[in-house]
Design a protein. Structure first.
Length: 165
């Protein structure tokens, strides 16, 4: 086996191990900040269910409840697909090593706000500027121009997880 092949195998193993570790953290963390709903609920501008994922085939109209139900295991599987996609996107932007706690915090942020908003944090992550990162992170507490206490609480919990290193 060539050295290049060995490096690729080791890198793949590190990614799998990191994903498994932050998945373990997110299995308890995500439900604590998202909550679970077996049935659809109107969430700012979409119908959501489970752990905050969009109800498939729903229309963005608060008067048009799509109905249906989702189990907790189905909901976590759905959430996990989003988290994996976000991880694959963000890992290509972040060139400093992150612990499982930091990945879990960043992925919770990304899951809630989308990877484009998480992308905004990357420069401060890569420069190890935790003071600027905290200020930036904690600014994402608005929905529809209104500060939401639940988002203040979520950002604080994510930041606490980030600071565990």
């Amino acid at each position: 086996m060539t050295l290049t092949a060995k490096v690729i195998i080791i890198a793949a193993a590190v990614i799998v191990l990191t994903m498994a570790t932050y998945k373990t953290i997110l299995k308890t963390f995500l439900p604590s900040v998202e909550g679970f709903s077996a049935t659809p609920y109107w969430d700012y501008k979409q119908w959501s269910w489970g752990y905050g994922t969009k109800v498939p085939n729903s229309v963005n109209d608060p008067n048009s409840n799509p109905g249906g139900t989702i189990t907790e295991s189905e909901a976590f599987a759905e959430a996990w697909r989003h988290l994996q996609t976000d991880y694959l996107y963000l890992k290509n932007l972040i060139y400093v090593p992150l612990s499982a706690n930091r990945w879990a915090a960043l992925l919770s942020f990304s899951y809630n706000l989308g990877p484009a908003n998480a992308d905004n944090l990357v420069i401060n992550i890569n420069s190890h500027n935790d003071a600027a990162l905290q200020s930036q992170w904690m600014a994402y507490v608005y929905a529809g121009g209104v500060v939401l206490p639940a988002l203040i609480d979520r950002r604080a919990k994510e930041w606490a997880l980030w600071m565990k290193g």
